[in-house]
Design a protein around this ligand. Structure first.
Ligand code: ATP
Ligand code: MG
Ligand code: ZN
Length: 489
């Protein structure tokens, strides 16, 4: 007797339809899984056998062949357990087969028959919708994720027995619950906790509005890390299609911690000891890297100069293409990776360069060596480069509390809306002349010219202006701290 169950396997962040065929035939009692299973899928045989027995099912002593089709595609993970178990039950006549074709089945089995959550249920729900599969059986823990889109009807089941009830038509699908959208406090703290540093705060706002990459350079303790962590709190919430994409990434990585779709833009802050693979992804699976986990959000590299230079250079591909291509053997998977890069660093190894009150202990050679840890092409990517000056205690105590994240976020949202809806504001003739004068007198590159124009446009949008004027270009030119004054930046 043969039974066919529909399931899925992940390729990057996409679910690929699979057919799990189970056949019982005379022969030595054993479970044989064919069709390029990885180790976890092969081990399904042992898990499924124990789960079936412990759930009280009696499987006839036959030879059981499980074939995963299409055969040429590598199958990974434990997510096929439930499909295999239901296929065996149906093939053995222990469960009806007539509803199998309407169901997409996913889930890992514990030995006692209970179901464990699996990665990729949201991508699988999207796939079911594409393929016109009307219902889905997933582990309880993945129910909210599968219900996050208008897609197939979802059965979130606790164990094998409950899944069999779905086959028998004894269970009604779960209702999507309206998720409470309680206001969330800005992640990483509120901007009103940052005292002084008006220039850096403004740079953060411009970076948020235009999605410009931002580099902050300054001595220890001036608030660089504090500022960067408050960026995601002033970014507009994810739009629906962005939220689906970002949630798929977290679902596929098994990192989804909240029910439903992600609402806030991701903020990733990997430690500087991270490897290149950790940053852009790779390995078996392949696994998404920090660049992909930061998709539609922020990738924050604190202490930029401490990252390995070779590690940082792998970021050039996602920065240029908005995605990473991971090749393993003869297979290539493209993962999205479009993020706002924010970095912070000290001006020199001792951190005091440029200060008048404390001497810098570094030699020009050690400073040059320190700077060279970040390659020129990467530095070039930061459209906004600001110096964050030390904050003397006196100023710190007298500095009034700045605006809060909600106020800044409202301006950012308005500017982004204009950015998305309207054509780019034209550049006034006078603004162009000022730009060219600045380029000549500061000796800036052609790349800097384009960056300044991009940033000036964002500033004009923030300003609500119809065109890019001299003041906008003037401010944008100030955000080239490193090129402007390499000796003290
Ligand atoms: N502008 C500021 N307003 C309020 N508090 C500040 C400010 N700057 C620094 N602080 C306080 O000092 C602490 C250290 O700041 P932060 O970690 O942001 O410094 P940093 O510039 O990242 O320094 P480092 O170069 O050593 O990483 C903060 O946690 C905060 O308590
Ligand atoms: Mg810091
Ligand atoms: Zn120094």
């Amino acid at each position: 007797m043969l039974a066919r169950v529909r399931s899925a396997t992940l390729l990057g962040i996409e679910a690929i339809p699979l057919s799990v065929e189970c056949d019982l035939s005379p022969g030595i009692p054993q479970v044989l899984i064919v069709g390029l299973p990885d180790a976890a899928v092969r081990e399904a045989a042992a898990r499924v056998r124990a789960a079936l027995r412990n759930a009280g099912f009696r499987i006839p002593p036959r030879r059981i062949t499980v074939s995963l089709a299409p055969a040429g595609l590598r199958k990974q993970g434990a997510g096929l357990d439930l499909a295999i178990a239901l296929g065996i039950l149906a093939a053995a006549g222990e469960a009806p087969r007539d509803r199998l074709d309407r169901l997409l089945v996913l889930g890992e089995l514990a030995l006692d028959g209970r179901l464990r959550g699996v990665p990729g249920c949201l991508p699988a729900a999207l796939m079911a919708r594409r393929e016109g599969i009307p219902e889905m059986v997933v582990p309880d823990g993945n129910r909210a994720e599968a219900l996050a889109i208008r897609g197939p009807a979802v059965h979130g089941v606790a164990d094998l027995l409950e899944a069999v009830r779905v086959l028998r038509g004894e269970r009604t699908p779960d209702q999507p619950r309206e998720l409470a959208s309680a206001p969330v406090p800005p992640p990483g703290g509120d901007l009103n906790e940052v005292r002084g540093q008006a220039h850096a705060r403004r740079a953060l706002e411009v970076a948020a509005a235009g999605g410009h990459h931002l580099l902050m350079v300054g001595p220890p303790g001036c608030g660089k890390t504090m500022l960067a962590r408050r960026l995601s709190g002033i970014l507009p919430p994810l739009r629906q299609e962005e939220a689906i994409e970002a949630t798929c990434i977290y679902s596929a990585a098994g990192l989804l911690r909240e029910p439903g779709l992600l609402r806030l833009r991701p903020f990733r802050a990997p430690h500087h000891t991270i490897s290149g693979v950790g940053l852009v992804g790779g390995g078996p699976g392949p696994r998404a890297g920090e660049a992909t986990l930061a998709h539609h959000g922020v990738l924050f590299l604190d202490e930029l100069a401490e990252f390995g230079r070779a590690t940082l250079d792998v970021l050039r591909q996602p920065l240029e293409e908005g995605s990473v291509l991971i090749t393993r053997g003869n297979r290539a998977v493209r993962l999205p990776a479009r993020f706002t890069l924010v970095a912070a660093m000290n001006p020199c190894p001792c951190g005091q360069l440029g200060r008048t009150d404390r001497p810098c202990a570094c030699t020009p050679a050690t400073v040059a060596n320190y700077r060279s840890r970040v390659s020129g092409p990467l530095l070039d990517r930061f459209d906004i480069q600001v110096e964050v000056p030390p904050l003397p205690l006196r100023d710190f105590e007298n500095a009034p509390a700045g605006e809060d994240s909600a106020a800044v976020g409202a301006r950012v949202a308005a500017a982004r809306e204009r950015l998305d809806r309207e054509p780019a504001p034209p550049v006034e003739g006078e603004a162009r002349r000022i730009l060219h004068r600045a380029i000549r007198s500061l000796g800036l590159s052609a790349r800097a010219h384009d960056a300044i124009l991009r940033v000036a446009r964002t500033i004009a949008l923030l300003d609500g202006a119809a065109s890019v004027g001299p003041a906008h270009v003037g401010e944008a030119t100030q955000y080239r701290a490193l090129e402007r004054d390499p000796g003290s930046a």
